[in-house]
Design a protein around this ligand. Sequence first.
Ligand code: PLP
Length: 396
Amino acid sequence: EPALSAAMGRIAPSQTTAMTDRATQLREEGRDIISLSVGEPDFATPPHVVEAMKAALDAGQTKYTPVGGTSAMKRAAALHFERDLGIAASPADVTISAGGKQAIFHALLATINPGDEVVIPAPWWVSYPEIVRFAGGTVVPLPTRPEDGFRFSADALEAAITSQTRWLLLNSPGNPTGAGFTAEDLLAVAEVLDRHPRVLVMSDDIYAPLTYTGAPHATLAALRPDLADRVLTVSGVSKSHAMTGLRIGVATGPTWLIRAMEKLQSHSSGNPCSISQAGAVAAFEGPQEFLADWRKTFRRRRDLVVGRVNAIPGLSTPVPQGAFYCFIDAAPLIGGNLADDGSLALHLLEHGVAVVAASAFGGRYCDLYGFRISFAASEAQLTEAMNRIEAGVAAL
Ligand code: PLP
């Protein structure tokens, strides 16, 4: 494909969407496949959000909005940052995009020069390294281990930072591990950052409302407001309000960066969808009580899956603290007739469950071989999926 740009040559397609597409295809061929590969809640979008979008349609809100979002949307996002994350954000320093993904894409594209290094704790969310490479940056993996709760030490971070480091990417609770940072962890990170004033930090808190520990969510910009001039906090409604298809993400950070992201957005997608913005305003400003029920449901499902996984010889997982993923170590099963965890994922697909191989999340940088499942599915589906995984592993 000689017509493609050099930047395209540096990236690979998303393996999570690839697996989900393959599962959909098999299902269309009549196969019975339970898909645990996709990262979205199975709950319906809350009715008050749907009503707000219908009202916006009826009111003719179908035209361009300001590039970075309507002022109502920016105020709602500022409320979310303040109330849910403890970050004092002014609406002027907030921007709205087509999903958290676009905010991350624009922030990295706006700041990375060729040769800049981006430190990413691994296992990582699939899109981080691809976006960094697309922007011309170099990915510096910061390996973590399940036995450390997938947390890295301040010393390891210090060792990963060089004079070329532009960004540190943080994601808590994390995809794919469900691990979260404590305030203590983040304060230790901040001490390292104090020694490296050039390093920007992205804090991807998109799963913050979905935690199961009962402890309050900890985030860098709230703990160390003096770092606000170099911390970009990304959040959204996709995961917390079951609005994945509506494509709204929110970000707050230093004014120069927020304006740069909007400049880029003015030439890419233009504005985030007007109707979706109306829905996201209702999501942030409306009742949040349903979240307590969702958390309870997710927690029950998590416990079901963790119990089943750890009872299957060859599989193990720590207990995820947030989000809705279980990152499963299957290293004892790899080798012999399974060359890698990609083959294991395909084997499990043959047994009727779609999962995503750990390699998609940079597992090899941590010597972790296995797969991620989403537990955003009914208990009946999860039970059946676990039966199939058990049978698939037994058939190896
Ligand atoms: N950040 C993380 C860690 C995610 O897992 C996801 C979605 O999978 C996103 C960001 C992007 O979410 P959105 O659907 O809002 O673009």
